[in-house]
Design a protein around this ligand. Structure first.
Ligand code: MD3
Ligand code: FE
Length: 200
């Protein structure tokens, strides 16, 4: 299987075949039924264009009180457990001896994007983060540990998996745009990104 290393980001294009992708979507739908997607609001009061939910012991939330991991969905229920099909990808590619505490589910509808940011709310940056792309293609931008400077971009397609460890773990990154309707995996279009993390 092909493996690209771009700026320390390990990219596995097409790691998941179409059957595996469809099975993951079905498992993500069950997660979303139990813990509905919500529009997060940043501490500055801006609604994010991406909708989110989580699975696992801890889920990532943001609201006027700040960014943090919480053991419950905003509705008060505990997050559903991480589907086995998703843990299988983690076990194959993360190189980690620990299972993830958190699976963040990001849903990108038409026009959704994610600004450049770092992921720094986890306890141990020596542990990798793993991302799974499903559905429409997205332009992923990779930057540096400090803000600004040169960046590199790559289109992530359905079934691609990215592992961020080592030098890449604290680099800025974001999603500039999604080619809405470019994949047939989700009948109504859109992109799902699953991000697996060891949090604490
Ligand atoms: C690099 N998500 O949820 S996945 C995020 O496609 C996030 O939804 C994007 O950035 C998305 O925080 C990009 C790729 C990714 C995920 C986590 C990282 C890159 C990362 C953590 C550290 C460094
Ligand atoms: Fe991120």
């Amino acid at each position: 299987m092909e493996k690209l290393n771009i700026a320390g980001f390990e990219i596995y294009p097409g790691w998941l075949n179409p059957e595996d992708q469809a099975a993951l979507v079905s498992d993500v739908r069950a997660v979303v039924r139990a813990a509905p997607l919500f529009h997060p609001v940043t501490p500055r009061g801006q609604q994010m264009s991406v909708r989110m939910t989580s699975a696992g012991r801890l889920g990532w939330v943001t609201d006027r009180k700040g960014y943090r991991y919480e053991p419950r969905h905003p509705s008060g229920i505990p997050w559903p457990s991480i589907p086995e099909s998703i843990l299988t990808v983690w076990n194959a590619l993360s190189g980690s001896d620990r299972l993830p505490d958190s699976c963040l589910v990001n849903f990108y509808g038409e026009g959704a994007r994610m600004g450049m940011h770092q992921d720094k709310d986890e306890g141990d940056f020596s542990r990798p983060v793993l991302s799974i792309s499903l559905g429409d293609e997205a332009l992923f931008r990779m930057g540096n540990e400090t803000r600004g400077g040169k960046t590199e971009s790559v289109w992530l397609r359905s079934g691609d998996v990215v592992v961020m460890g080592g030098k890449a773990r604290l680099k800025h990154h974001g999603i500039d745009r999604v080619r809405f309707g470019s994949s047939t995996l989700l009948p109504k279009g859109g992109r799902i990104n699953l991000t697996l993390r060891v949090v604490s």
